[in-house]
Structure formats: structure tokens, C-alpha cells
Write a protein of this length. Structure first.
Length: 382
């Protein structure tokens, strides 16, 4: 589905300014230590509600703000849900007022147009005089005494935006503070995904009796020493299939997976700057891959295993309204093949492939090959 986001006043289309000559060398050792302390706490949180509460309450210790807000915004429905610190900062009915004038929000418009979730602020796009001329400012920000805002996204801002907004009344945010938020962002994105995965898992466990054995995810519980305490049957099957071993309670993980777990646990102990984000462990097999996420705490750790297909069966795409040949073309698009490569595979000309793609984009109501591939993968994986 391609959502239409109407253009707003042209002065909102100024390219955001870049940090001039500001690099990591501008941050002091105390800044890096504060970042590391914040990250350790963020990665240790297991569920989404606790993660959100931690971010909105703790982030102002790194980048001061009068109010810090976690936002979930649906572009298509123009609906926002937020959680803020302090909790009583907004006024009654403020969500609906924000939605009424959302098209005037310069940062929201920037995220929609560019799909770039890095930190941006009001002053990148508008002056204070221009901001004060908007209904959004006079009806929403002015009653809250907000004149400056810096926002960054926790996931790619497509049809659904998840973002953290920091707000101030007096002074604008500095480029140093932008650098700190952009350093944190990849880590917070991973911590958010971890918390979201655990929350989904707990919801499913609460909804279904014996959920651990009936979920489409595998779960492995590890002791502080890294030994297996318990694992679901699905996790056992996948570990055997992808690593060639049959682990049991009391045993260690396969060597390759064990090394990865140890490496992830020491990442946040680095003292010489900000470490790389804690990314999932991925094992590829023909047509599919296994993704392993680590959620750790001092006395135990949890591995969440999920299997996904990396190639799509064309017949499974026909439910999108595509012909058999169009489904085959879309399947190869999701695998990164060029038009010429697809033509060679299917034994047809490049121009014919282009015609198929034109009809695919039209039927799926998207504008690019990439958008079509994403829609196909989302449809197949839920």
C-alpha cells in the first residue's frame, strides 16, 4: 500500500543542516562512559513497556530536555500514541490537537519523505518566526511551552513511525547532543527490537497453554556460565539443523554460537568508546536463515530463535493478485536480481521483464521495486 502524504508549506523543505566539523573526538571520556552506562541498562531490559519507561526517564540524563516523549504514529490513519516523562506534561485532548495539525510538523514530514530516522531538530528546517506562524505551534506546542525539539526514530519511518522526541522551552539542541543521539540510535534500535521480540513472546505465552512448545519461535534458557538450562523442542531442532549438534540441558551451545554469545556479553564492557550495536546472529541456509537474538542479565540469558525464508515460492505470491509470471518476477526481485538477470533466468527479454514490473507496481500500489519487495516479504512473513 502506498500512502500519500500531502505536501505542506514550502519553507519546511529546507535541507537539514549538517554538523560542521563535529566528530567523535569532540566528545569527552565522561560522555562515552555515560553512553555505555545507558546502553548497558537499555540492553538488560526484557519487555517493551520497561524499555520505553527506561528511555524516556533516563535519556534526559544524557541530553537534557523539559519533556521526553516516546511516540508511535500511524501515517495512514493519522493516529498517535505516546508515553511521556514527566507523565503529566501534556494536556487533556492534546493527542487529537496534534493529529489535527500533524501535516505542519516539519520533522514528521522529513521522516516521511526521506525515510531517514537520524536525529533532526526544528531549527534544521524552520526559524522560530516560521514555527510560530503554524497552527501546530499555537494550538499544541505553545500551551506546552515547547519551542525546540530534537527527534530520532527507533525503526525505519515507513507507514508506522516509532520515535523519541526531546523538547525544550529555552535553548536549542546542540550539534554535540545530536552526535550523542545518533551514536545511541543504532543500539536503541536493536534494544527496541529485542524488547519487542520478548514482548511478543510473552504475549503469545500468556495466550496459549504450553506456548513454549507451540510457538513458531525457539527459546533457549542459559545459565550465567553459558550452559543450557532448558530449551524448546523447536529450538533443539533448529540448533541440530543449522549447527549439526543435538544439545541437551547441562551442555554448552555449539561452539560457533557460544563464541557469539560470549562476544555479545563483553561488547558493553569496552572502555574505549561506543561499541558496535548488538546485532542478531544469522545463519544462512539455502532458501532460508535462522536469526538468534540474545537477551541477557547477570544470572541467566535467553536466546530467541526465529527462522525465515530468504527466497519466496512464486505460487505463494499469487494471492497478492499477481499472475504466475508476475509472481516469478517479484520472487526474483526480492532476491536482488536485476531486470537483465531476471530475463536471463526466465528466458525472456529485458523489456518484457520491465512490463511485468510495471504491472506489479500498479497492482501492489507501490512506486519502486524495493517497495514491492518489502511488501512481498512482509506479506509472506506476517
Amino acid at each position: 500500500m502506498c500512502y500519500k502524504w500531502p505536501a505542506i508549506n514550502t519553507y519546511f523543505y529546507v535541507r537539514p543542516c549538517k554538523a560542521k566539523g563535529l566528530g567523535l573526538d569532540q566528545l569527552e571520556q565522561k560522555d562515552f562512559q555515560a553512553l555505555l552506562d545507558f546502553l548497558r541498562d537499555s540492553y538488560a531490559i526484557h519487555d517493551l513497556d520497561s524499555f520505553v519507561a527506561h528511555v524516556v526517564s533516563s535519556l534526559p540524563k544524557l541530553v537534557p530536555s523539559d519533556a521526553t516523549v516516546y511516540n508511535e504514529y500511524n501515517f495512514k490513519r493519522n493516529r498517535i500514541v505516546w508515553q511521556q516523562e514527566p507523565v503529566n506534561y501534556a494536556f487533556s485532548g492534546s493527542e487529537r490537537i496534534w493529529e489535527r495539525y500533524s501535516r505542519e510538523h516539519p520533522l514528521l514530514n522529513h521522516f516521511w519523505r526521506t525515510k531517514d530516522g537520524r536525529a533532526v531538530k526544528f531549527s534544521d528546517f524552520v526559524s522560530q518566526r516560521q514555527l510560530r506562524r503554524t497552527s501546530l505551534y499555537n494550538e499544541f506546542f505553545r500551551p506546552l511551552n515547547i519551542r525546540h525539539q530534537m527527534t530520532f526514530c527507533l525503526r525505519e519511518p515507513t507507514g508506522f513511525l516509532v520515535a523519541i522526541a526531546l523538547n525544550r522551552a529555552a535553548t536549542d539542541f546542540s550539534e554535540r547532543e545530536r552526535v550523542m543521539l545518533n551514536l545511541l540510535r543504532p543500539h536503541l534500535m536493536q534494544a527496541y527490537q529485542n524488547a519487542e521480540a520478548v514482548t511478543r513472546l510473552f504475549v503469545e505465552m500468556a495466550q496459549v497453554r504450553g506456548a513454549l512448545e507451540r510457538l513458531d519461535r525457539g527459546v533457549v534458557f542459559l545459565s550465567a556460565g553459558g550452559k543450557i538450562r532448558r530449551m524448546t523442542e523447536l529450538a533443539r531442532e533448529w540448533v541440530n539443523e543449522y549447527f549439526g549438534t543435538k544439545p541437551a540441558p547441562g551442555n554448552h551451545l555449539p561452539e560457533e554460537l557460544q563464541r557469539w554469545v560470549k562476544h555479545q556479553k563483553v561488547l558493553l564492557e569496552k572502555r574505549d568508546g561506543v561499541p558496535s550495536p548488538r546485532k542478531p546472529f544469522v545463519v544462512e541456509r539455502e532458501g532460508k536463515h535462522l536469526q538468534v537474538r540474545l537477551v541477557s542479565e547477570p544470572d541467566q540469558s535467553l536466546l530467541i530463535l526465529e527462522e525465515s525464508r530468504t527466497t519466496l515460492d512464486p505460487s505463494a505470491l499469487e494471492f497478492l493478485g499477481l499472475t504466475r509470471r508476475e509472481a516469478e518476477v517479484l520472487s526474483w526481485i526480492t532476491q536482488g536480481k536485476t531486470n537483465a538477470e531476471i530475463g536471463a533466468i526466465l528466458g525472456t527479454g529485458q523489456r518484457t521483464v520491465e512490463k511485468h514490473i510495471e504491472r506489479i507496481l500498479q497492482k501492489l500500489s507501490v512506486e519502486t521495486r524495493t517497495a514491492a519487495a518489502i511488501l512481498a516479504l512482509q506479506a509472506m512473513h506476517g
